[in-house]
Design a protein around this ligand. Structure first.
Ligand code: ATP
Ligand code: MG
Length: 178
């Protein structure tokens, strides 16, 4: 019987909470299946995320790397050249990792932000994904997923905000938001 296993391209996008955490949930599931998982965070937040320490406890099959230097300025001013350089560097590492055959799942966390801020060319990402090794799964997260990538992806989920604690003035909670 033909092998029905194949690598998927997944996108978690939309304004509601859960894009990164759903990707990490999938990563946890994959590691549990004996797969090797690489999570690259394109634009890291200013907090120390719990997943950084959790990754350590999961051993060498789960590697998580923060590639940015904190929140990037949104809207208005042009992107800082240093942030653009870091995003390009993160993308280069991601592209190499996807093609290396070393990883079963590569998560590109917040890559959609980098693209929607104009720091990364969506067609360059699309071309790389089209040419990826057959068996590698790739998850892209972040709001405003580019239409080119949405078209290319196999599974796209849009998180819809019904409500968020933040609207009641409740600050980010350890273990839930970071
Ligand atoms: P999470 O990492 O919790 O899965 P996310 O990846 O969907 O969230 P991002 O856009 O990456 O969302 O933003 C991350 C941070 O912003 C998290 O602390 C999250 O709780 C918060 N956040 C996400 N969505 C909203 C929202 N609709 N309103 C306010 N804060 C939000
Ligand atoms: Mg996120």
């Amino acid at each position: 019987m033909a092998d029905t296993r194949r690598g998927l391209i997944l996108i978690n996008t939309g304004p509601g909470k859960g894009k990164t955490t759903a990707a990490l949930g999938t990563a946890l599931r994959a590691v549990g299946c004996g797969m090797k998982v690489l999570v690259l965070q394109f634009i890291k937040g200013s907090w120390h995320y719990g997943e950084l320490d959790a990754a350590q406890t999961l051993g060498p099959n789960f590697v998580l790397k923060q590639m940015g230097r904190g929140f990037v300025k949104v809207g208005g001013a042009e992107a800082d050249p240093e942030d653009i350089r870091l995003v390009q560097e993160a993308w280069s590492a991601a592209h190499t990792a996807i093609d290396s055959g070393e990883w079963d799942l590569v998560v590109l966390d917040e890559i959609n932000y980098a693209i929607s801020y104009g720091m990364l060319d969506p067609s360059e990402v699309a071309e790389a994904l089209k040419a990826k090794p057959e068996m590698v799964h790739v998850i892209l997260t972040g709001r405003n997923a580019h239409p080119l990538l949405v078209e290319l992806a196999d599974t796209v989920t849009e998180m819809r905000e019904v409500k968020h604690a933040y609207q009641k003035g409740i600050l980010a909670q350890r273990g839930i938001e970071y």
